[in-house]
Design a protein around this ligand. Structure first.
Ligand code: NDP
Length: 292
């Protein structure tokens, strides 16, 4: 039997319609339009596409977006100056610094400079700390997108064994935190999983992934998760985006795994659209917090 396909595009559309309604209500009440500032350094084609998608999504839900484009040779100090200006600009509620930055710039230093109340990517140490204490200001976008897919598809996390392959600061680690938390704005069923995190030094990976009720791949290796690594009936969420000769593929061997999984996300059209949507959610929240 073939797995149920979790359509991230459709879910994102539904959530964006909900956000658009809340944006309209907020604008009417406060007279303020939520505004996202996107900082793009250099001309990496993938980054250009990501930023354009985020800007278009802002427009769709009635938010403003401003693009700050900088040459790849820009100095770290000049970039920090721009971030500082945006921090002080009361018309800007959220700041997004598109990664990767050129190697001459210390990425962490720049991300740390974004004011925590405008840190809609939730990368600032203060926001990471709040999340780890179970009282998040903003939820990190991709992990939150994964939680929304599970919740809105009726896949309960509570009591389930969730295995996350990948421990990055952006995806794997915060996702593990969201899955294991005691309470969630989405309700108790959307948290309280038993979580195992795997990485490149994990031994017996196949045995661990085969024990997962919910298997999440955030690795960055095309089609790494094969059918024999998946428990029949498991929910498989593929965060990976890898460019190969045929186009974009995920970290999961989609065709083979869909034949045995219970649920599966496609790439593209799975987690990606939710990531952008959760950025909109955070920008609205940032505006609410700053205007209150
Ligand atoms: P990173 O490269 O930062 O992290 C990859 C993780 O995978 C690391 O923890 C690494 O382990 C682990 N890993 C690598 N090889 C193996 C292996 N052979 N076995 C087990 N674990 C392994 O990547 P990101 O977390 O930033 O991104 C992961 C993927 O998700 C990428 O394809 C990226 O493009 C995609 N992505 C998609 C988004 C979306 O919106 N859909 C958003 C963000 C990312 P170790 O720590 O030991 O090195």
């Amino acid at each position: 039997m073939s797995a149920v396909l979790l359509d991230g595009k459709q879910l994102a559309k539904e959530i964006q319609a909900e956000i658009a309604e809340r944006v309209a209500g907020f604008k009417q009440q406060s007279g303020v339009t939520p505004c996202l500032a996107a900082v793009l350094v250099g001309s990496d084609p993938a980054s250009e596409v990501y930023v354009r998608n985020k800007q278009r999504a802002c427009e769709r839900v009635g938010m403003e977006s401003r693009l700050f484009r900088l040459e790849s040779q820009i100095t770290e100090d000049a970039l920090l100056d721009l971030v500082s200006q945006l921090n002080r600009n009361a018309e800007v509620h959220g700041i997004l610094v598109q990664l990767p930055l050129p190697s001459a710039i210390r990425t962490q230093r720049v991300l740390d400079a974004v004011h925590p109340s405008k840190d809609v990517d939730a990368f600032h140490p203060e926001n990471v700390g709040l999340l780890s204490q179970g009282r998040p200001r903003f939820l990190p976008c991709t992990p939150h997108g994964v939680m929304q897919i599970l919740h809105r598809s009726g896949i309960r996390a509570s009591g389930q064994h969730a295995v996350v392959v990948g421990r990055s600061e952006i995806v794997g680690k915060p996702l593990a935190m969201l899955l294991m938390q005691k309470s969630s704005a989405l309700g108790p069923d959307a948290a309280n999983a038993t979580v195992t995190v795997c990485h490149s030094r994990s031994r017996n990976l196949k045995e661990i992934t085969r024990a997962a009720d919910i298997l999440i791949a955030a690795i960055g290796q095309p089609r790494f998760i094969t059918a024999e690594m998946v428990k029949p009936g498991a929910a498989v969420i593929d965060v990976g985006v890898n460019r190969v000769a045929e186009g974009l593929v995920g970290d999961v061997d989609f065709e083979a795994v869909r034949a045995i999984a219970g649920h599966i996300t496609p790439v593209p059209g799975g987690v990606g659209p939710l990531t952008v949507t959760m950025l909109l959610e955070n920008t609205l929240q940032a505006a609410r917090q700053q205007v209150a």
